[in-house]
Design a protein around this ligand. Structure first.
Ligand SMILES: [Zn+2]
Length: 166
């Protein structure tokens, strides 16, 4: 199955790895943009310097918030949902053992670093992701697109599908 370009949705993409720069990633053969470009070093740095991540999205008028926090060497996950003005407050989960794989999936399968910022308003569906590491804060704000739709479904599984009935 070919990987879909996050920019133009083309399936005409190819993967590459560069021996010199040690970079690997994908290139879209239609819009010519690269995506999911990393080195192993860069990924390890993202994991080791991690402090906090917030994912906040609204889809079909249901709103979800996920906050991952690093406390000492532990990663905690806090989830909240807002459905028909009902706030659901979930217990904090120890996410430490899942954390590395989780972040790598976000980087390499949902291409969160390649999200293009678009204007959003609170009345429509939106997706906001914020990652704080030792050096910087990355914030992406976007309307729901192909990968963000998939990512919101992926995140929803963490809640256990509990609020599926509306
Ligand atoms: Zn493309």
């Amino acid at each position: 199955m070919s990987v879909i370009c996050p920019f133009c949705k083309s399936e005409n993409t190819t993967s590459f790895s560069d021996i010199k720069t040690k970079e690997f990633g994908y290139q879209c053969l239609d819009c010519k943009k690269d995506f999911g470009v990393f080195t192993t070093d860069k990924q390890e740095k993202i994991l080791s310097s991690f402090k906090m991540m917030k994912i906040h999205y609204k889809l079909d008028s249901k709103e979800y918030k996920f906050v991952l926090n690093k406390v000492d060497n532990k990663i905690n996950l806090k989830m909240d949902s807002y459905i028909l003005s009902v706030h659901n407050d979930f217990d904090i989960i120890d996410f430490t053992s899942l954390f590395d794989n989780f972040i790598l999936v976000l980087l390499n399968q949902f291409f969160i670093f390649d999200i293009e910022n678009t204007n959003i308003d609170n009345n429509s569906d939106f997706f906001i992701i914020e990652i704080e590491s030792d050096e910087k804060i990355i914030k992406k704000t976007s309307k729901i697109n192909y990968y963000l739709d998939l990512l919101s479904k992926f995140m929803f599984q963490l809640i256990g599908g509990e609020n599926e009935k509306s």
